[in-house]
Design a protein around this ligand. Structure first.
Ligand SMILES: Nc1ncnc2c1ncn2[C@@H]1O[C@H](COP(=O)(O)OP(=O)(O)O)[C@@H](O)[C@H]1O
Ligand SMILES: [Mg+2]
Length: 233
C-alpha cells in the first residue's frame, strides 16, 4: 500500500485562549488510489483536517507529509504551488465566481498554473463533457442547478490533474438526488485511479462511499470499537 498523505501527531489550535484544540494529536494515513471518508459531528475538526492536507492552513504542532515531504515546512510560495499542482478542492457551497461562465470558472486553476489558454479550454471542455455538462460551457452559475454547479466545481478541481481530490461536505447544499450524483461521480473518478478524501457529517454516506472511514470526535481520531458502540446506542 502506497501512502499519499500522512499526518503525524497533528495538533491545530486556532486561538491560544480556546478551551480545546480543533485537532489534538491526529495521526492517520491516506493511501494512494483509495476513497477515504472522514466523518464526525459538526465542530469535530473535519474541515480543519482537510484544510491542513490542502495546504490552506498550517498545523500548530506535528507533520503533514505528502509523498513523504513535510508540506508544513514549505514557505508561502511553495505551499501555493503545492495547492495548485497537487490538490483539487470541492466545497459545500461550490465557490464558483458568479460573473464567469462555467467554462471560465473551470479554467482558472489551469491559467494560474501557466497552462496556455487554448490547452486549458480544451481540457475544460473535455471535463465538462465527461461530467455530463456538455452544452453548459457558456452558462453562468446562476442558471445552473445546484448539482450542475457542484459538477462545474468538480471539473475546476480536476483541471490541473491533481493526484489528490478533497471534498468538504460536497453534498451539504444539494437535494439527495443531486448529492448522490455528485458522490457517484467521485466514486467513478476514484475507480479510475483518483485518490479521494470525502468529508461528511453523514456516517451513512461515509460508510457507503468510503473504502476507509476515519471518524473524528472532538478533534481526535475515534477508535473504531468505540465508534461502533456509540452508533449502537
Ligand atoms: N478559523 C477558525 N478560527 C477559530 N476557530 C475555528 C476556526 N475554524 C474552525 N474553528 C473551530 O475549530 C473546531 C473544529 O472546526 P471544524 O474543523 O470547522 O469542524 P467541522 O468541519 O467538523 O465542523 C470548532 O470548535 C470550530 O469552532
Ligand atoms: Mg466543516
Amino acid at each position: 500500500m502506497e501512502v499519499l498523505v500522512e499526518l503525524q501527531q497533528v495538533t491545530k489550535i486556532y486561538d491560544s485562549g480556546a478551551e480545546s484544540p480543533a485537532l489534538d494529536g491526529v495521526s492517520l494515513t491516506i493511501p494512494t488510489g483509495r476513497f477515504t471518508a472522514v466523518m464526525g459531528p459538526s465542530g469535530s475538526g473535519k474541515s480543519t483536517l482537510l484544510n491542513l492536507i490542502a495546504g490552506l492552513d498550517r498545523p500548530t504542532r506535528g507533520s503533514v507529509l505528502v509523498d513523504g515531504v513535510e508540506i508544513n515546512r514549505f514557505g508561502e510560495a511553495a505551499l501555493a504551488r503545492y495547492r495548485r499542482a497537487r490538490v483539487g478542492l470541492i466545497f459545500q457551497f461550490f465557490n464558483l465566481l458568479d460573473n464567469l461562465t462555467a467554462l471560465d470558472n473551470v479554467i482558472i486553476p489551469a491559467q494560474l498554473s501557466g497552462v496556455k489558454r487554448r490547452e486549458a479550454i480544451d481540457r475544460a471542455r473535455m471535463l465538462l463533457q465527461q461530467l455530463g455538462l456538455a452544452g453548459a460551457e457558456r452558462s453562468y452559475p446562476a442558471r445552473l442547478s445546484g448539482g450542475q454547479r457542484q459538477r462545474v466545481a468538480v471539473a475546476r478541481a480536476l483541471i490541473n490533474r491533481p493526484p489528490l481530490l478533497l471534498a468538504d461536505e460536497p453534498t451539504g447544499a444539494l437535494d439527495s438526488h443531486s448529492g448522490e450524483q455528485v458522490l457517484d461521480l467521485l466514486r467513478d473518478l476514484n475507480r479510475s485511479g483518483q485518490t479521494v478524501v470525502l468529508v461528511t457529517h453523514d456516517g451513512g454516506l461515509a460508510r457507503q462511499y468510503g473504502d476507509q472511514v476515519i471518524t473524528l470526535e472532538d478533534g481526535a481520531v475515534a477508535r473504531p470499537g468505540l465508534t461502533a458502540l456509540g452508533a449502537a446506542q
